[in-house]
Design a protein around this ligand. Structure first.
Ligand SMILES: NC(=O)c1ccc[n+]([C@@H]2O[C@H](COP(=O)([O-])OP(=O)(O)OC[C@H]3O[C@@H](n4cnc5c(N)ncnc54)[C@H](O)[C@@H]3O)[C@@H](O)[C@H]2O)c1
Length: 458
């Protein structure tokens, strides 16, 4: 087959898998291969049970897999034949050495660069898709330039802005695609090659081009801004609880200002996910590195507010339930960090469950997608926690329900039936403000939302 381009993606995770599936779906003229060192993950991508849950993903994969979309563990062959290599490996927070707890751990990225270097016999375009500290492309370039084969590698930055839970829609209809390239003729030629991919389905005015450093930094700061909005409204939620104001009303009033806008102003138990915390901490690290301690501290508070909000939520559970939850069964509704994903990385539910365990409560976790991940996350305390996919099972004999994830499914349950099977008084702590609190109160529940007055007879 005479493919117009051969595209490789290294890293078949939450970003690499969906992103490449959509490219392959939209561009049948390209061969798209996704490789990973994790053989189980690749086997799952090649099976009917995909390794990640994402609405709409299955259909996209089914259309393209085996036609022009391939998942493989043969990284060497993939590198050798590709013209364009996207690198979408994980870039977690460093847990050791200099910068531990803040800086990005770039070992996976560096290994990938060395792998590309070792296998390549001809020039390639290497596209950073992972979220990276500003000026990482410079280090990549140095590694890739250290070859005596006379091969030129052009490094571009193309950070991914998809949100888990809505990844397919975000990829098919992105607000923008950002591509950073160097201003050299080679950089501009490579830029055009990557623009050509997205231009197959993204309107040209949504494909933004910048220099490499702006592109790298835009991703980190976009996440910092998003998380900052959550921490801001969560800070407001605490003032609302103290004063009798209602955070939903305040958020609506704030969001009507067209300069602010309504999105990302939902008070909750806190944000989670693999990116916000790590990207902000990385930004903090960069600010310190460039001797900007005030900027570092400013951004660090976004994360500290989030930690505070999570613990504040569990403290409210404790005080509302007469300062004693030891030995009480508590149903935790949702363990995924958000709805429509099975991803539990940095999920607020984990903090809540660990806080409950500290108080010797008996948590029962229910989630439609995240039970296997929840079991991994709580591997050290498996004998102290129960798991079930059935919410009705989780509430039997429970003293309280704690909503941690905004699954639509939780809104549609029969709360009269649930109430009937619980101990009394039956408490609901709605960490996502998704339920009809008045109705729950009428059934008999004691209801505690976030950032507004609850409903109580006690
Ligand atoms: N998850 C998101 O919502 C999201 C959104 C935008 C950007 N990002 C960024 O994208 C990057 C990837 O995130 P993710 O959520 O897909 O991570 P992930 O952990 O789900 O996937 C990364 C994959 O890379 C593989 N890998 C690591 N080293 C490798 C190597 N040397 N060779 C081949 N494969 C290797 C791992 O086995 C893993 O399967 C991160 O930098 C992240 O910050 C994530």
């Amino acid at each position: 087959m005479n493919w117009e381009k051969k595209i490789l993606c290294i890293g078949a995770g939450y970003v690499g898998g969906p992103t490449m599936s959509v490219i392959a779906d939209r561009c049948p003229q390209y061969k798209v291969t996704v490789v990973d060192i994790n053989a189980d993950r690749i086997a799952a991508w090649n099976s009917a049970q995909l390794p990640i849950y994402e609405p709409g993903l299955e259909q996209v994969v089914e259309r393209a897999r085996g036609r022009n979309l391939f998942f493989s563990t043969d990284i060497d062959a993939g590198i050798a034949e590709a013209n364009i290599i996207f690198v979408s490996v994980n870039t977690p927070t460093k847990t050791f050495g200099h910068g531990a707890g803040y800086a990005s751990d770039l070992q996976y990225l560096e290994k990938t660069a060395r792998h590309i270097l070792a296998v390549s016999e001809e020039p390639k375009i290497v596209v950073e898709k992972s979220t990276l500290p500003v000026r990482t492309a410079e280090a990549m370039q140095r590694i890739l330039d250290s070859n005596d084969k006379g091969i030129h590698f052009e490094i571009l930055s193309n950070p991914e802005f998809l949100a888990e839970g809505t990844a397919i829609n975000d990829l098919e209809n992105p607000d923008r695609v950002l591509i950073g390239a160097s201003e050299t003729p080679e950089g501009q030629a490579a830029l055009q090659e990557v623009i050509d991919i997205y231009a197959n389905w993204v309107p040209r005015d949504r494909i933004l081009t910048t220099n490499v450093w702006s592109s790298e930094l835009s991703k980190l700061t976009a996440n910092a801004f998003l998380a900052q909005r959550v921490s801001s409204i969560n800070a407001v939620s605490a003032i609302c609880e103290a004063t009798g104001a209602n955070v939903d009303e305040v958020a609506f009033a704030i969001g009507q200002d067209s300069r602010i806008g309504p999105k990302f102003l939902k008070a909750s138990v806190g944000f989670g996910g693999s990116c916000f915390k790590k990207d902000i901490l990385n930004l903090v690290y960069l600010c310190r590195h460039f001797n900007l301690p005030e900027a570092a501290e400013y951004w660090e508070w976004v994360v500290r507010m989030n930690e505070w909000q999570k613990h504040r939520f569990t403290k409210r559970i404790l005080t509302t339930m007469f300062n004693s939850i030891a030995g009480k069964r508590i149903a935790v509704f949702g363990f995924a960090f958000k709805a429509d994903t099975g991803d539990t990385r940095e999920t607020p539910a984990l903090t809540v469950v660990r806080d409950l365990l500290d108080e010797h409560a008996l948590p029962v976790i229910t989630d439609p997608q995240a039970i296997p991940e929840a079991k991994n996350d709580l591997a050290d305390v498996l004998d102290l926690v129960e798991f079930t996919e059935d919410p009705y099972e989780s509430v039997k004999g429970a003293h309280a329900i704690v909503i941690c994830t905004e699954w639509q499914h939780f809104k549609e349950l029969d709360y009269q039936k649930i109430y009937d099977s619980m101990e009394k008084p039956a408490f609901i702590f709605d960490g996502r403000n998704i339920l009809d609190h008045q109705k729950l109160y009428e059934i008999g529940f004691e209801v505690t939302p976030v950032g507004k007055a609850g409903y109580s007879r006690l």
